[in-house]
Design a protein around this ligand. Structure first.
Ligand SMILES: Cc1cc2nc3c(=O)[nH]c(=O)nc-3n(C[C@H](O)[C@H](O)[C@H](O)COP(=O)(O)OP(=O)(O)OC[C@H]3O[C@@H](n4cnc5c(N)ncnc54)[C@H](O)[C@@H]3O)c2cc1C
Length: 286
């Protein structure tokens, strides 16, 4: 029987892609009307803005290969290897000219993906892959591994200015700040020089009502710039998991994967989804 993958984030799509490429029938069901999950970009003010993940990093050879393929196809480009406030050595951050969601759309090409359908119980299938944060998976199946995960929220603020008035900085970690965790120059990472900054909140700030004005004020103070023309926010209740281990969890024919199985990164989600696919391909009880 075919495999049903629930969740069209990068983990679910990497899983389905690997299965289908190996000749295993698989279909994806997603509750949103778009693929990508937290690999999110929106068309705002006549251009793409990354409203979820800020950039990609790759230290795994397989994911580096994936990035190189996307680079050849013109979907990603190296952005910057240094962010202001960075603690470690230089590490390349990759950005997508068409927004990071374009990478999910690329993975989804040719797959059977049903959008706009929230799954509420384990679908009938030979194997079921829940490719999502544990708390979301618990709405479908009471999996012990899902209960063990702990998650933090983040608010993204998309802050648009009349013109660029800051000294170029690409992006910054805002360390030990009560309101902000990062600020990125979306015009710089997109390559169009639009006067748009995208800030991510601390977990504490994400719990506050109406965080947008405080986040924009903090960004203005940090960079020494004036008021924006608009501030929009996106709330991610399950933005970032505590780092876990193993590549996925399995309970009978139900698998759980995503970025909670490693460091919380796009790379981890991609590797986790692929690892589940490989386990299913190898299993004899499919
Ligand atoms: C604000 C923010 C900033 C980040 N910055 C970075 C960064 O700079 N670099 C980096 O590498 N990572 C970053 N991340 C993390 C990165 O986005 C994630 O690691 C990765 O996108 C997770 O992919 P996933 O497929 O595991 O989960 P998700 O992207 O969350 O996908 C899960 C999917 O399942 C769907 N779903 C859930 N429940 C159901 C249901 N019942 N029925 C059907 N579908 C369902 C959801 O709609 C979603 O599409 C950031 C995340 C956030 C939120």
């Amino acid at each position: 029987m075919a495999v049903v993958v629930v969740g069209a984030g990068i983990a679910g799509l990497a899983c389905a892609r690997e299965l289908v490429d190996a000749g295993v029938p698989a279909r994806v069901v997603e509750r949103d009307t778009r693929v990508g999950g937290r690999l999110a970009s929106e068309w705002l003010g006549g251009r793409w803005v990354d409203t979820g993940a800020a950039y990609l990093t790759a230290d795994d050879p397989a994911f580096q290969g994936r990035l190189q393929s996307w680079r050849i196809d013109g979907l990603v480009r190296p952005w910057t290897d240094t962010l202001r406030g960075q603690a470690g050595p230089p590490a390349m951050r990759w950005a997508a000219p068409g927004g990071l969601r374009s990478l999910a759309e690329d993975l989804a090409r040719g797959l059977e993906v049903t959008l706009g359908v929230p799954v509420t119980e384990v679908p009938a299938a030979g194997a079921v892959v829940l490719a999502m944060p544990g708390p979301q998976a618990l709405a479908i199946a009471d999996l012990p591994a899902a209960r063990e995960q702990t998650w933090s929220p983040v608010v993204t603020a998309i802050i648009t200015y009349a013109r660029r008035s800051w000294t170029d900085f690409a992006g910054a970690f805002v360390n030990d700040h009560p309101v902000l965790s990062t600020v990125c120059d979306d015009g710089d990472r997109r390559g169009d020089r639009a006067p748009v900054l995208v800030a991510h909140s601390t977990a504490a700030m994400a719990e506050c009502a109406d965080p947008g004005p405080r986040m924009a004020g903090a960004v203005g103070e940090l960079l020494g710039i004036g008021d924006p023309v608009s501030v929009q926010t996106r709330h991610w209740p399950y933005a970032s998991p505590s780092p876990g281990d193993g590549w996925y969890a399995r309970h009978g024919h139900v698998y759980l994967c995503g970025d909670a199985f490693g460091r919380p990164r796009v790379q981890t989600a991609w590797l986790s989804g692929r690892a589940v696919a490989r386990a299913i391909i190898q299993s004899t009880d499919r």
